[in-house]
Every structure is written in structure tokens, then in C-alpha cells.
Design a protein around this ligand. Structure first.
Ligand code: ADP
Ligand code: MG
Length: 387
């Protein structure tokens, strides 16, 4: 689950990560009031679940009331298009009004879970600010990484090594070390899957602050992160993913045209792989669950077919808990009810598979049976090419 910058900063501050003073607002009037409480200059920042706002005009410095009003009017209620939003952009419904901070240096730090070592990894660079992606590509030697043993957490010597590598000196060194230690505690305590501070700011007085904050929390931990879960802003999420979540379906929208409906996450991954291998692109990851009911099948179908980029549906089901004949019944009912016109390729195995095949064949609907996964993927590609 992703959070807004102002929410991330409030959560991080709870772990003693230093952040500028600021207030979230939803109207121009509130923006002006917040600015006068904070004192000028302030920065007016669009709150959307995407970065790259600065370069797109979504972060503006304001030195007086007229400038705050003008910036808030220009951003709030408008669609902001950044490098990360895609061409459709995002509607800005909220702003963060923040004290304007005196910038001496802009550094970069982030924490992720490194999959190959299975440990939290800190990534830091002295070349922070708005162009970190270019730094990673052109001068990767400017990026340092440190793996953390989760049993003991980030050690002070590791934080000092990072701070030294970032070129911090004098009071900024000690502040940087404290900042990194606090940031790790926040990452750990919030069950985050990612925290990115860009820029990690050094002021003229050697203070170290999170000037920007991106925070993602592991969905599987939300049951024990109630405070975080309550901050969810579903308006920022893909509507189909929200709908799928309501029905307890594991659904992730992707860019291709093959709608996949599969039971079990492992089978779903394997299905996506074989679709790609055959030369097509999956439109989604969808795991209807090992014990999916006919209802779940219908919900899944509705979600798949409301994605306009889906041109064909591939069903790959192992009928264990959900018997194949019940699946076939559910499929036929769902296709009829939804008036679905998409071609459907089905591969299934398991209990009562023969009965199920006959039911599908007798339904008079456009189901193409497949024999094994490879055959299913090849049939999908052949049908796509023929269309
Ligand atoms: P994004 O990464 O979406 O472009 P940031 O929050 O990183 O947004 O802001 C972009 C730039 O704006 C920062 O690199 C920094 O130079 C400046 N900035 C952001 N917040 C402040 C602030 N409170 N005071 C002064 N400058 C700021
Ligand atoms: Mg930033």
C-alpha cells in the first residue's frame, strides 16, 4: 500500500526521523491559513501517489500570501502529469503546505527489501535531488549500498560508514547518522517494503531532514498496521484492483492483452511465464484462490472483462477443492450473465474434468479447450494473431 508524502512524513516523524513542519490542506483558503501559521516562505506541494512533481510544476515556492494563493489555485483540482503518472496524469485533491527550508545539499537514501540476499538494503547517494534515475544509469559508482541483518537492525558503524560516504562533515555527520538509524527503525517498525527519501536534505546549519518521502507498506502486514491501513487513499489506486480486493481476489493489472484467470499464485505465475514464452503479454495477474467458489469465478470474470485492453481470456484451473464441473457451471453462468463476447481458452485438470469438458462443449459458447499449458498458450497466441 502506498501513502501520500504528508502521511509518510507524519509516520516517519513518529520514529524521530526529522521532517520539515507542514500541513495537508484541501482548499485554497486552507492553504493560505496553513501558510500564515507556518510563516513564509512556504512550499506548496501536490499530494499524489507519484513522484517527479517538482519538474512538472507540482512543487512551488511561495514567499507571500498572493503567491500561495496562486500556486494552490494552479495545482489543486488540476491534473498533474509527471514522468511517473503516465500521460493521463493524476487529479490533485490535496496539497502539503510546508515550511521552505534552506538547502545546502540534496542527498538520496532509500530502503528496500533486497530479494537476492533476503535482507533490508540501504541505498544512498551524495547525488540526490530530482535526477537520481540518471545517476543510477550514468554514474552507478556514486551509489553505495549496505545490507542490514534484520535480527540486529542497522548498526551504528554501518550508519557512520554511509554518512562518511555521503560526504557529511561536522554537525551534519552526527545528524546524518541519527537520521539513518531512525529511518531504519521506521522501515522496520512500519513493515515497509520501500522508503525513499529524495532529497535527504542538509541545511546550512548541518541539520538533516527528509524533504520528500515515499513510503510503501507491505499489504500482508496491514492487519497489524492499523494506523497505516486507515490512511489508504483508494482514489489513487487502480479501480479494478480496488474492486478485486473487495472480493478477496489477488489481482494485479498489467499491460498486455491476455486476461488470465488462474487458481493458486504459483500456477498464475507459471501461466504468465508461458503466455510470454508463446509470444503474447498477460493483461493481469489473477489468482482466484485455491478454494474459489462459483461466485468468485463470476467476480473474477467481471473484473477481467471490464479491462478494455483484454482481447482474449485464458483460464487455467486445477480443479481440486473447486471441482471442474462446478467451475464449468460457474463459467457458463458468468459468460451468459455478463454477455461476454471475448474468446476464451480453457485448460483445466482435476476432479470431474471429463464432465466439465462436455458441459463446456455443449454450452454453445465460444470456449476453446486446451490440452496442457503449452497448448493453451499457443492457442491464445494463434487466436490473437488471427483476430
Ligand atoms: P518530487 O520528487 O515529486 O519532484 P520533491 O518533494 O522531491 O518532489 O520536491 C522537488 C524539489 O523541490 C526538491 O528536490 C527540493 O529542491 C524542493 N523542495 C521540496 N520541498 C521543499 C521544502 N520544504 N523547502 C524547500 N525546497 C523544497
Ligand atoms: Mg523527490
Amino acid at each position: 500500500m502506498n501513502l501520500h508524502e504528508h502521511q509518510a512524513k507524519a509516520l516517519l516523524a513518529g520514529y524521530d526521523v526529522r521532517v520539515p513542519r507542514g500541513e495537508p490542506v484541501e482548499s485554497v483558503g486552507e492553504a493560505v491559513a496553513a501558510a500564515s501559521r507556518l510563516g513564509y516562505p512556504v512550499v506548496v506541494k501536490a499530494q499524489i501517489h507519484a513522484g517527479g512533481r517538482g519538474k512538472a510544476g507540482g512543487v512551488r515556492l511561495a514567499r507571500n500570501e498572493a503567491a500561495v494563493r496562486e500556486a494552490a489555485e494552479a495545482i489543486l483540482g488540476h491534473v498533474l502529469v509527471t514522468k511517473q503518472t503516465g500521460p493521463e496524469g493524476r487529479l490533485v485533491r490535496r496539497l502539503l503546505i510546508e515550511e521552505g527550508v534552506d538547502i545546502a545539499r540534496e542527498l538520496y537514501v532509500s530502503l528496500i527489501v533486497d530479494r537476492s540476499s533476503g535482507r533490508p538494503m540501504i541505498i544512498a547517494s551524495a547525488a540526490g535531488g530530482m535526477d537520481i534515475e540518471e545517476v543510477a544509469i550514468e554514474t552507478p559508482e556514486k551509489i553505495q549500498t549496505v545490507l542490514v541483518d534484520p535480527a540486529v537492525g542497522l548498526q551504528p558503524f554501518q550508519a557512520r560508514r554511509l554518512a562518511f560516504g555521503l560526504g557529511l562533515k561536522g554537525p551534519a555527520f552526527g545528524n546524518g547518522v541519527s537520521f539513518l538509524l531512525a529511518l531504519y527503525r521506521a522501515f522496520d517498525g512500519l513493515d515497509a517494503s520501500q522508503v525513499e527519501i529524495n532529497p535527504m536534505l542538509v541545511t546550512g546549519d548541518g541539520e538533516v531532514l527528509a524533504l520528500d518521502a515515499k513510503l510503501s507498506v507491505d499489504d500482508s502486514a496491514l492487519f497489524r498496521q492499523r494506523k497505516v491501513a486507515a490512511l489508504r487513499d483508494i482514489r489513487e489506486e487502480s479501480p479494478l484492483e480496488v474492486e478485486a480486493d473487495r472480493h478477496h481476489l489477488n489481482y494485479i493489472k498489467l499491460d498486455g492483452s491476455v486476461g488470465c484467470m488462474v487458481n493458486g499464485a504459483g500456477l498464475a505465475m507459471a501461466t504468465m511465464d508461458i503466455v510470454k514464452l508463446a509470444g503474447a503479454e498477460p493483461a493481469n495477474f489473477l489468482d482466484v484462490g485455491g478454494g474459489a467458489s462459483a461466485d468468485q469465478i463470476e467476480n473474477a470474470f467481471r473484473i477481467l472483462s471490464s479491462d478494455s485492453s483484454v482481447r482474449i481470456v485464458l483460464i487455467n484451473i486445477f480443479g481440486g477443492i473447486l471441482r471442474c464441473d462446478r467451475l464449468a457451471e460457474g463459467l457458463i453462468a458468468a459468460v451468459r450473465k455478463l454477455g461476454l463476447r471475448l474468446p476464451i481458452v480453457i485448460r483445466m485438470e482435476g476432479t470431474n474434468v471429463e464432465v466439465a469438458r462436455r458441459m463446456l462443449a455443449d454450452s454453445g459458447m465460444d470456449f476453446t479447450p486446451a490440452d496442457g499449458m503449452k497448448d493453451a498458450a499457443d492457442k491464445v497466441v494463434a487466436k490473437l494473431r488471427a483476430a
